[in-house]
Design a protein around this ligand. Sequence first.
Ligand code: NAP
Length: 498
Amino acid sequence: MTHVVTQSCVGDGSCVYACPVNCIQPTPDDPRFELAEMLHIDPEACVDCGACVSACPVEAIKPHSRLDERELAFEAINADYHRSRDPRPALAPVPAPLVVRDRGERLSVAIVGSGPAAMYAADEILTIPGARVRVYERRQTPYGLVRTGIAPDHRRTRRLTRQLDRIAAHPRLSMHLGVEIGRDVDEADLLRENHAVIYAVGAASDRPLDLPGADLPGVAGATSFVGWYNGDPDHHGRTFDLSHRRAVVIGNGNVALDVARILSVDPESLSETDIARPALDALRASAIEEVVVVGRRGPSESAFTLPELVGLAATPGIVVRTEQHDLDAPAAGGPKLDLLRGLTARTGEGRAITLRYLRSPVRIEGRGRAERVELAVNEPAPGRPGAVRATGARETIEAGLVLSAIGLRGREVAGLPFDQSSGAVPNQRGRVELGGEREGVYVTGWMKRGPSGFIGSNKACARETVETLVEDFGSGRLGSRPSRAASPSRRWLDPSVR
Ligand code: NAP
């Protein structure tokens, strides 16, 4: 029996270090790790010890004999990854422990935000003997996008909260909920009490859809829709009109697949999840029969990941389909394209998700609200792999709801530099070069590298930021601070999610 990595893999690499035979690839030291859509177990090398199962924070790894029908495709996906790979060392190289110069005072760090990037940074800092972490979260509940971003039907991925709970329960960490930096506490106060401040506030808004008609009622950014169905207080009271038979989602990343799936899945299958009740009620009354997901480039450039497409294609009650002529253009092969080809002209019972390619949105039209989307038809640009050019042809799709899922965008933090093109704070391995009184400001996560990668990518990212911080602490770049004990008064403990 061998084990298999399945859809909920968050790529944090915990399983890699648990494996006694290094059969899970790519490993975090491999340059391919950062772009890997999931990790893969080599069935030839797996010794069936199950160490990876215990290490995985989201129950993504199963013995192959326990895969359910919807997960069977992952057996081949794991095995295929290992065909024709180079030999690997007997054990994955483990990162060296952080070494902190003894300055006669304990390192103390404030972290702004409590999503995975923040908590992974806290976890790294807490490996340092005596080091203290104070986490500040503006919401009344912690963990950022793990609560407000992961779709409710991705139950195993949402179990990441348990790993974050374990970090939050560390006796040298204090969690301060409902505290907004800049409103309730100033950064200067944090720097007076701590050696450093790490900002990890993520990228919680949409890249703007700059099109005529984008401000019509019936058009919205995907993050507000995701926040609505996840009960995010930032989107409390939002409503979405689901009375038309078709919705269009612009962009084809994982956010696009999430919103298309939630609009299409049988609402009763969501009733036992954490979905917000107003969203469930609205989905129960929805008239939507088809969701069209529009990508401006070809199928090989689909921004969604293979595990998410496999999961979507296997969701009961949804017919996912592509159109043959969208797949006719010359394109590189690969498992994603093979799967897309298999979806061509699929029929069946249930709501349809249609993946359209080589279409750029031009405008959204309607009398007083969105009624149709005009699309420019593209074709591959000769000699420029992955690029497209407009053919001059246009198409119109009737739709009453248009969701823009064209990528996320970091929120600018007052007083921090911000690069508009990358959507991130310029930094040197996590250090924000502000100088003077503001020496000791760092960033991690999407704020540091832009909104890309997977939840687990934040682990290596946090490690790098903390390494820089520790070097700066050791070199004397960070001045001494009063070592005040963390106040336990607002320490967060929520037994309901343990
Ligand atoms: P994304 O992966 O960056 O995808 C953005 C999509 O929008 C791409 O298809 C892009 O096309 C398209 N786009 C960009 N500008 C456009 C424009 N002006 N007009 C039309 N299309 C445009 O963004 P995302 O889906 O928001 O995801 C953000 C991050 O969160 C990703 O790292 C994703 O993996 C992660 N995430 C993961 C999960 C999961 O694992 N289940 C769930 C949600 C989010 P081009 O490729 O042509 O630019």
